[in-house]
Design a protein around this ligand. Structure first.
Ligand SMILES: Cc1cc2nc3c(=O)[nH]c(=O)nc-3n(C[C@H](O)[C@H](O)[C@H](O)COP(=O)(O)O)c2cc1C
Length: 378
C-alpha cells in the first residue's frame, strides 16, 4: 500500500492520493465491486437520490432509516409508499432499520425483505435525541446484550441469501466502558453472521461536532482481519474517500453529507481510480440537466403536490456547486411547484458557467434529523 503524508482533513480537490489499492467490495454473497457507496441519509436517500448516485458511479446505496414500528403498522400506505419504494435498476440497495425491542425489530426486517431490499442494515448509530431517548439507534451501543439479541433475531428471520449488516458509531462516548461495549457488539455481531459493519468514527455524544476519528477505523479493521468494514465520517471530496481507504485499510466507504446534491462525487472517485485527473466540477448546464432529472424522478415518487417541499432541501444542497451559491440557495429555498423550480433554472443556470466543488464547510454544518420513517405511526 502506498504511503500518504497528507492529513485526511486536507480537502484541496487537486491533491489526491494514489487510488490503485482497493479490493472488490463484497457484502456476504452480494458483490458490489467498486468500494465507494452512498450512505443512509434520513430525509434524503430516497429513490431519486439513490438512482442518481448509482448512475454517477456509486456501486450500492442505502435507503433512509425506517422504524420497526412504522414498518409493522404502516397505516397510510399511499402516503408512505416512497419509503419502501425501490426499483430493479438501482439494485443492490439496502433497507435500514431502527428500533428498541428485538422481536419487533425482526418483524420490521421481514417487511424490508418483502419490499425487495437486497441487504438489511441495522442502525445502532443514530444520535438524534428523541431516538436515543427512546432506546433506539445509538442507544444500543450502551447495552450490548440487547443489541446482540436484535442482531441474532434479525439474522435468524432474514433469509440466509440476504445479507444483514450493521451501522455503528465508535461508541456512546469516550469512556473505556463505551469502547468495550463497541468491541463486544462488533465481535458478537460477526459471530452471529453479520456480513459487514459500517463504522462512523464519531461517538453518539459527539453527534456531528468535531472530526470523525479515522485512526479508530484503522484499529477496527486491524482487529477484524478479513471481515468487511466500511467507514463513515468527513467524506466531502473524491480525494477524501480514497484517503480514508488508504489510511485505514478498510474495505469501502459510505459517502453521506458529501453526496447530497452532489452525485458527481462518485464519478470523480471513479476517475481517480482509473488514474485520470480529477474531473472539473460540472458546469451549470450539466448541473441543470441533473436538477431537471431529479425533479422528474421525485415527482414520479411523491406526486405533483408534495414534490416541491421535498425538492427544496435538495436544491439548497445542489446550489453549493454553483458559482453564485448564496443567491441560488436563497431561490431554491422558496420552491413550491415545478414552474418555480424551472424559473430558478432559467435565472441561474441558462448561461453555461464553470461549476465549483462544494466547499466542505457547506456540508460540515449539517447534523442528522429524523424523517417521517423514524416516527411512530407515520
Ligand atoms: C441528514 C442526515 C441524515 C442521516 N441519516 C442516517 C440514516 O438514516 N441512517 C444512518 O445510518 N446514518 C444516517 N446519517 C449518518 C450518515 O450516514 C453518516 O454516517 C454521517 O453523516 C457521517 O458522515 P459524513 O461526516 O461524511 O457526513 C445521517 C446523517 C445526516 C447528516
Amino acid at each position: 500500500m502506498s504511503t500518504l503524508t497528507t492529513a485526511h482533513h486536507k480537502t484541496n480537490p487537486a491533491e489526491h492520493p494514489l487510488t490503485g489499492n482497493w479490493k472488490t467490495l463484497k457484502i456476504g454473497g452480494v458483490t458490489l465491486g467498486f468500494p465507494i457507496v452512498q450512505a443512509a441519509l434520513s430525509g434524503y436517500s430516497d429513490w431519486p437520490m439513490r438512482l442518481l448516485a448509482r448512475r454517477f458511479g456509486a456501486s450500492y446505496s442505502l435507503c433512509e432509516v425506517m422504524l420497526d414500528q412504522f414498518l409493522v403498522s404502516l397505516r397510510d400506505r399511499q402516503r408512505n409508499r416512497h419509503f419502501l419504494y425501490n426499483s430493479a435498476d438501482e439494485q443492490p440497495v439496502a433497507g435500514q432499520l431502527m428500533g428498541a425491542e428485538p422481536e419487533q425489530f425482526a418483524l420490521g426486517a421481514q417487511k424490508l425483505v418483502e419490499a425487495g431490499f437486497a441487504v438489511i442494515d441495522i442502525n445502532f448509530g443514530c444520535p438524534v435525541r428523541k431516538v436515543v431517548g427512546r432506546c433506539r439507534g445509538g442507544y444500543h451501543l450502551s447495552q450490548p446484550d440487547v443489541a446482540l439479541e436484535i442482531v441474532r433475531r434479525t439474522r435468524d428471520i432474514v433469509p440466509s441469501e440476504v445479507p444483514v449488516t450493521l451501522k455503528m458509531r465508535r461508541g456512546m462516548d469516550d469512556t473505556s466502558e463505551s469502547r468495550d461495549n463497541f468491541y463486544q457488539i462488533l465481535d458478537g455481531a460477526f459471530a452471529y453472521g453479520i456480513s459487514a459493519i459500517t463504522v462512523h468514527g464519531r461517538t453518539v455524544e459527539q453527534k456531528y461536532k468535531g472530526p470523525s476519528r479515522w485512526e479508530f477505523l484503522r484499529e477496527v479493521k486491524k482487529h477484524v482481519g478479513d471481515r468487511t468494514i466500511l467507514g463513515s465520517g468527513d467524506l466531502f471530496t473524491a480525494a477524501d474517500c480514497w484517503r480514508m481507504i488508504e489510511q485505514t485499510g478498510i474495505d469501502g466507504v459510505t459517502v453521506a453529507r458529501g453526496c447530497i446534491g452532489n452525485p458527481w462525487i462518485f464519478a470523480q472517485t471513479r476517475a481517480l481510480a482509473a488514474g485520470l485527473p480529477l474531473p472539473a466540477p460540472p458546469t451549470t448546464h450539466e448541473q441543470a440537466e441533473v436538477l431537471k432529472e431529479h425533479w422528474d424522478l421525485a415527482e414520479q415518487l411523491y406526486g405533483p403536490e408534495r414534490v416541491g417541499v421535498m425538492m427544496r432541501k435538495f436544491g439548497i444542497k445542489y446550489s453549493a456547486s454553483h458559482p453564485e451559491y448564496i443567491a441560488v440557495r436563497t431561490d431554491f429555498a422558496k420552491i413550491h411547484h415545478r414552474a418555480e423550480w424551472y424559473a430558478v433554472l432559467e435565472k441561474h443556470y441558462s448561461e453555461d458557467r464553470p461549476g465549483v466543488y462544494p466547499p466542505p464547510e457547506v456540508h460540515r454544518v449539517q447534523g442528522s434529523t429524523c424523517a417521517d420513517g423514524c416516527e411512530e405511526g407515520a
